[in-house]
Design a protein around this ligand. Structure first.
Ligand SMILES: Cc1cc2nc3c(=O)[nH]c(=O)nc-3n(C[C@H](O)[C@H](O)[C@H](O)COP(=O)(O)O)c2cc1C
Length: 385
């Protein structure tokens, strides 16, 4: 079968061997922002399993922007060499290494999920134990359980914009080929876009155009340091619980495309604890958003959210809903998902997505299994017993 999922995609100067993406997922196991062996093992296994584009988790441009004390950092040059170990490993296993950069704004300083993801009243700063201050567009808490952030001054804004650019420079130096700006889930960029979180009266707040100013400045600064031949993605909450719509997202996408964003990664929610849908999420619950933004802004999109099955992923692409398919929890469950998907879709040479040695043995295993009759297994058990 001629699979779209397993067809290459070139964006600017970077070619992905297939359309399968590891969605950015925090590992919550960094110490003072630093990469460790867990990250190497973790990201390496998706590359080895045939995923075309491997995203390293939301990595913070400022220690104050860490969601938890265990987030990864890109706020200083010390982080470049350890990160390069990940990009070297991922590339050597045949995948393209990608990095998501983030800043959590008023949603920073929380405990890790298995400790309740609770806002922490006080905690030593992630970098060297300095005071961990929350900053945001306006002095409005996420909800009553959260601390009220300090509204960013003009100097803070200039510093924040510069932090994004410097982190992009480091990402390039560390060998990443794709960069994503995290503009979703109620974090700093989303806070600027939302009239609920952004009630500034200067040129960074008010009308939709003014609320877009900070994200535009961030994208422009990132593009100064992120080479032209490398793609830039933006993750958005296509819709949120506070009235944001796919039309709003398409408007943002149309503007940011002009400033060098190539792909909109379409997630949702995060502006409150409420859910964006009715009841538990369904298969592909955000795919429709990717389709609307793709059509509304004439830009490439990435779909994400309960994309589980190979034929489901294939259909997302065939229906023109998205150009890339990102998987989160399903890849956590099965890092070899692409190998399985290629066989289920009847792709010719299904093991060509992984390294030669693994591909060779998996190919032999598949051929041998075709020749085995079910009764052989039964006899084997009996003979052994
Ligand atoms: C453990 C975990 C960590 C996550 N961390 C991030 C993150 O760093 N950045 C982000 O944009 N989304 C993050 N997400 C959201 C995922 O990228 C993805 O959008 C979401 O899980 C839905 O996709 P799925 O149904 O395939 O898991 C995280 C999700 C999980 C489960």
């Amino acid at each position: 079968m001629n699979s779209m999922l397993f067809s290459p995609l070139t964006i600017r100067g970077v070619t992905l061997k297939n359309r399968i993406v590891l969605s950015p997922m925090l590992q919550y196991c960094a110490n003072n922002g630093h990469v460790n062996d867990w990250h190497l093992m973790h990201y390496g296994k998706y590359a080895a399993g045939g995923t075309g584009l491997v995203f390293v988790e939301s990595t913070k441009v400022d220690p104050r922007g860490c969601s938890t004390p265990r987030d990864l950092g890109m706020w200083k040059d010390d982080f470049v060499a350890p990160m390069k170990r990940i990009t070297d490993l991922v590339r050597s296993a045949g995948a393209v290494p990608a990095l998501q950069l983030g800043h959590s704004g008023r949603k920073a300083r929380r405990s890790v999920p298995w400790e309740g993801r609770a806002p922490m009243a006080n905690a030593p700063g992630v970098d060297h134990g300095e005071e961990w201050e929350l900053i945001a567009p306006s002095a409005i808490a996420f909800n009553e359980r959260y601390a009220t952030p300090r509204a960013m001054t003009h100097d803070d804004l200039q510093e924040a914009i510069s932090n994004w650019g410097q982190a992009a420079r480091r990402a390039h130096e560390a060998g990443f080929d794709v960069l994503e700006i995290h503009g979703a889930h109620g974090y700093l960029l989303h806070q600027f876009l939302s009239p609920v979180a952004n009630q500034r009266t200067d040129e960074f707040g008010g009308t939709p155009e003014k609320r877009m100013k900070f994200p535009i400045e961030v994208v422009r600064e990132v593009r100064k340091y992120w080479p032209d031949e490398k793609p830039l993605f933006l993750r958005v909450s296509a819709v949120d619980e506070a009235g944001w719509t796919t039309d709003d997202s398409s408007a943002v996408a149309r503007v940011l495309k002009q400033h060098g964003v190539d792909v909109i990664d379409c997630s949702a929610g995060g502006m409150s604890d409420a859910s964006t849908g009715d009841g538990p999420p369904k298969y592909g619950y955000q795919v429709e958003y990717a389709k609307r933004i793709r059509e509304g802004a004439d830009i490439k999109t990435m779909a994400v959210g309960l994309i589980i099955h190979a034929d489901q992923a294939e259909e997302v692409l065939r229906s023109g809903s998205a150009d890339l398919v990102a998987l989160g929890r399903e890849l956590l469950h099965n890092p070899n998902w692409p190998i399985d998907a290629a066989q289920k879709l009847g792709v010719e040479s299904p093991f060509s997505n992984v390294g030669a040695s693994l591909g060779y043995w998996l190919g032999k295993r598949a051929a041998n299994r075709e020749g085995i009759k079910p009764s052989t297994w039964q006899r084997g058990i009996n003979a052994g017993g």
